[in-house]
Design a protein around this ligand. Structure first.
Ligand code: GLU
Length: 441
């Protein structure tokens, strides 16, 4: 029987979960699912000041929100394993792999710290699943502390002992840990435990190629959640930051991700964060929402507006057809559909300036309103015929643009003729004439 593959996500909770960190969780999760292994969650909560219950809860919330769950085994807390950390230190002291030294800290206090004795010759090597062969001379790494003078274990030791105790077979983490890995391999050896496989993920960088940080914009999962991103869209986008399925596909179902994900195909080069692409991805996920879900969100957003009452189901369906493919964020509603439901809709001053406040527009609008008034059936096809005839193959822009601003106050929205059909004869004509009188010279 082959050994079960066990991976873990081991964050130090601080209250905010950086997208680079959660991307590591996503890669671990997908890898475990792909190989039929276990995904474990370890909370490295030894920094007692930052790892508050609230910070840990914020971490859990992010993981649940993204559909990662909290791991396939009970959550492992680093602080609960301190006894084991210190037992291992005793063994390392006994075998001569560790020793104690007196140290004076910056505040002048003298205490005893425990140091790990690095091998003094040879090369430390490992084959990184992402980065390839890595090597460093042992003599280039000085001995390092593993227990503080107050008796508390230090990251390197706690991290390695916990990985041993959780029987982790593959460590997939950010490449800010590469230098640590050389030390950790020596610790695994000295303790006498098998060395896990490693895969170090490149950083997420900004447009200048520097590590992506909060100075570059939203950097924490909670900020994207609050900004209206769908968890599936953020998940899919972060997955593509450093991996792709090897073809043109970008929007993938969770099943496709699980079946296609492969650690060996993770990119070595740093991944550039691209907000535009993430916004596009969100729109793609909104298009794929069940129609009823989108329709319900749309209706709820305009609940209480006078014009929303008394519309039939077919009308809402038609509005849904127009809006679901054009919506990037659910929270852009009601803003981008409000004009359907109130006659005192807002006019975007820039749109007015560009499309209405021009010579000749008034005559165009009034003439068009008169022609529209004569159509037998108020539907998109009949209205389009009117403008087509007027434009005589020269492009419908000079009619379409001002009418759109007149009836909606904005430059973007559904196809104009569908919009007019949805708005209805009476409202459309009244709006075109009123806007012509109010905004056109
Ligand atoms: N708590 C460390 C971190 O968040 C551990 C990383 C790891 O070993 O995966 O950077």
């Amino acid at each position: 029987m082959t050994e079960e593959i066990r991976v873990r996500f081991a964050p130090s909770p601080t209250g905010k979960v950086h997208i680079g960190n959660i991307r590591a969780a996503i890669y671990n999760w997908l890898y475990a699912r792909h190989v039929g292994g276990k995904f474990l969650l370890r909370v490295e909560d030894t920094d007692l000041e930052r790892s508050t219950p609230e910070a840990i809860q914020a971490l859990f919330d992010c993981m649940e929100w993204l559909g990662l769950g909290l791991g396939d085994e009970p959550v492992f807390y680093q602080t609960k394993n301190v006894k084991r950390h210190l037992e291992v230190v005793e063994r390392l002291l006994a075998s001569g792999d560790a020793y104690k030294v007196e140290r004076t800290s910056r505040d002048g206090k003298t205490g005893v710290v425990t140091m790990f004795r690095m091998p003094k010759e040879g090369t430390i090597e490992f084959d990184d699943i992402v980065k390839g062969h890595m090597a460093k001379k042992a003599e280039d790494i000085p001995d390092f502390a593993i227990v503080r003078s107050d008796g508390s274990p230090i990251f390197h030791l706690a991290n390695v002992v916990d990985d041993i105790d959780q029987r982790v077979t593959h460590i997939i983490r950010g490449d800010d840990h590469v230098e640590n890995t050389f030390k950790h391999i020596c610790l695994f050896r000295a303790i006498g435990a098998p060395i896990p496989h490693y895969g170090h993920l490149s950083m997420i960088v900004n447009a200048q190629g520097k590590p992506y940080s909060k100075r570059d914009g939203a950097a924490f999962v909670g900020e994207f959640r609050d900004a209206g991103y769908l968890p599936e869209a953020l998940f899919n986008y972060l997955l593509l930051l450093g991996w792709n399925p090897g073809d043109e596909r970008e929007v993938l179902t969770r099943e496709e991700m699980v079946s296609l994900f492969d650690l060996e195909k993770v990119h070595v080069t740093a991944a550039k964060f691209d907000l535009k692409k993430l916004q596009w991805m969100n729109g793609e996920y909104i298009k794929r929402l069940p129609r009823d879900e989108f329709k319900a969100a749309m209706r709820k957003s305009v609940e209480g507006l006078e014009g929303a009452a008394g519309r039939d189901e077919a009308w809402w369906d038609r509005l849904c057809d127009q809006m679901q493919v054009r919506t990037k964020f659910l929270k852009d509603m009601p803003g981008n559909i409000e004009y359907f439901f109130r006659d005192d809709y807002a006019f975007d001053p820039k749109a007015v300036e560009k499309r209405l406040a021009k010579d000749g527009v008034k005559a165009t609008l009034l003439d068009l309103a008169d022609r529209f008034e004569k159509v037998a059936t108020w539907d998109a096809v009949s209205l389009e015929v009117v403008v087509k005839e007027l434009s005589q193959g020269q492009g419908m822009g000079p009619w379409v643009h001002p009418v759109r601003v007149a009836v909606s106050g904005r430059t973007e929205g559904p196809g104009l003729f569908e919009l007019l059909e949805l708005l209805g004869r009476e409202h459309s004509l009244a709006r075109i004439r009123a806007a012509a009188a109010k905004y056109c010279p």
